[in-house]
Write a protein that binds this ligand. Structure first.
Ligand code: PLP
Length: 450
């Protein structure tokens, strides 16, 4: 092959060439197959090559691929929005379609700001978000995101955002606290941040319902989001829940927030919406916000060329119909329990696995050098990268990341297998992953000794 002219994410090593995908398997140009246990970055909820999704996309391309949203709407966008709103948390009235997760977060941030301008509260200018969160890589999304390493070199370009503690029970709940008390302590911290900024100057609190990529599946403690919701309501502050990764069935309910008994003002979704068949994301908005825009300026001052792309909408509509038709939310809950059991079996007593956490088919494993002290591996080992490459060599794709603890230290592995995975495939995934983890740790240990 000629030297690559693609500006890849990593410039110092070669990537295998993916040539086909079927079910939960991807195949490269050498004929090697991989079990896709993370759906890329929690994207491929129906696996690869799903015939119903492909058929819907073909039909849409034959009829109409693209019409600009300042001139037209399309039947398929209207239908997708209806399906999403019919199944959305209470009070949601409209879906704003974009091309991915970062765009969804950017749109939500701007919707929040414009909403307050529309209702005569232009003094509201602050966002509050959480450390260790990930909301995307565009500048607004990166600014609300709380991952220290990702933000560092771009800091001069980022809007000022106040960050509070994540809900990170494994490391931050004190032994003398119940999970509920810990949650209330976090709510109190948020309240004091709101007081410090001045409640009338805060626009929104932004959080992933279940923290995903950068902290390795942080599941909220009971009552935490209810406390957050009450606090936001008390001060007229919007709650933006980012379910780009954890939403659309990944945790066993269509929206993760259903399990926490809260309804956000704006809800961002993406990855599992189109399942990777097309780039698509969306912001679901409460009726009161949309109404304020309608009564006020009559427009949302935003937009991209590919908003509501017809083929993307067709793919997402097909993905969502398959999930509904095949009862896949129930299957996620059932398979999720199986996966949890397999992970407990493989890693429950593992000396270097500190925590196994998750919901549905969304699981994180946090790795530690020492279980008792929860001490992490020295970041110089890049344990996460080593696990990723060894897992690939073993024929399984997982999504490990470093910086779990504070954006710089700590390692975790994220698993987000397709909803269609069979119990046998889940068992194979865990077996191959366990081999990769042991090999990577043995190598890190050998470096320590030498
Ligand atoms: N928000 C969350 C919670 C995410 O996990 C991600 C991606 O991992 C994003 C936003 C950004 O999405 P995208 O990579 O599609 O821009």
């Amino acid at each position: 092959m000629n030297p690559t002219r693609v500006f890849h994410r990593q410039l110092r090593h070669d990537l295998p060439v993916a040539v086909s995908g079927q079910g939960i398997t991807l195949t490269d140009a050498q004929g090697k197959t991989y079990l896709d246990a993370s759906g890329g970055a929690a994207v491929s909820c129906l696996g690869h090559g799903h015939p119903d999704v492909l058929a819907a996309m073909h039909a849409q391309i034959d009829q109409l691929a693209y019409a600009h949203t300042s001139f037209f709407t399309t039947e398929v966008a209207e239908e997708l929005a209806s399906v999403l709103i019919d199944n959305a948390p209470a009070g949601m009235s409209h879906a704003y379609f974009v091309s991915g997760g970062s765009e969804a977060v950017e749109a939500a941030l701007k919707m929040a700001r414009q909403y307050f301008v529309e209702i005569g509260q232009p003094q509201r200018r602050h966002f509050i978000a959480r450390r260790q969160s990930y909301h995307g890589n565009t500048l607004g999304a990166l600014a609300v995101g709380g991952n220290a390493w990702r933000r560092e070199q771009f800091k001069p370009l980022l809007i000022d955002v106040a960050h509070v503690s994540p809900c990170y029970e494994y490391r931050e709940r004190r032994e003398d606290e119940t999970p509920e008390q810990y949650g209330q302590r976090l709510v109190a911290e948020l309240e004091s941040t709101i007081e410090r900024l001045g409640p009338e100057s805060v626009m929104a609190f932004v959080a992933e319902t279940v923290g995903g990529a950068t902290a390795g599946v942080l599941v909220p403690v009971p009552g935490y989001f209810k406390g957050v919701r009450e606090l936001c309501d008390r001060h007229g502050i919007l709650l933006i829940l980012d379910e780009v990764m954890c939403g659309m069935g990944r945790t066993g309910t269509l929206h993760a927030c259903e399990q926490d008994g809260v309804v956000p003002d704006l809800l961002t979704i993406a990855k599992g919406l189109g399942g990777g068949y097309q780039p698509i994301g969306a912001v679901l908005a409460q009726g009161k916000l949309v109404e304020a825009f309608r009564r006020g300026s009559g427009l949302f001052q935003h937009g991209h060329t590919y908003l509501g792309h017809a083929v993307a909408c067709a793919a997402a509509l097909a993905v969502q119909r398959v999930i509904e038709r095949d009862g896949l939310l129930a299957q996620v809950r059932e398979r999720g329990a199986q996966l949890h059991g397999l992970l407990q079996q493989a890693f429950g007593d593992h000396p270097h696995v500190g925590d196994i956490r998750g919901r549905g088919l969304f699981w994180g494993i946090e790795l530690v050098a020492d279980r008792a002290s929860k001490q992490w591996f020295d970041p110089k080992h890049k344990l996460h990268a080593s696990i990723k490459s060894k897992a690939m060599a073993n024929g399984v794709l997982v999504y490990p990341m470093g910086g779990t603890v504070d954006g710089r230290s700590g390692d975790h592995v994220l698993l987000a297998p397709p909803f269609i995975s069979t119990p046998g495939e889940l068992a194979q995934i865990v077996e191959r992953l366990a081999g990769a983890i042991d090999l990577a740790i043995a190598q890190a240990d050998a470096q320590l000794v030498s």
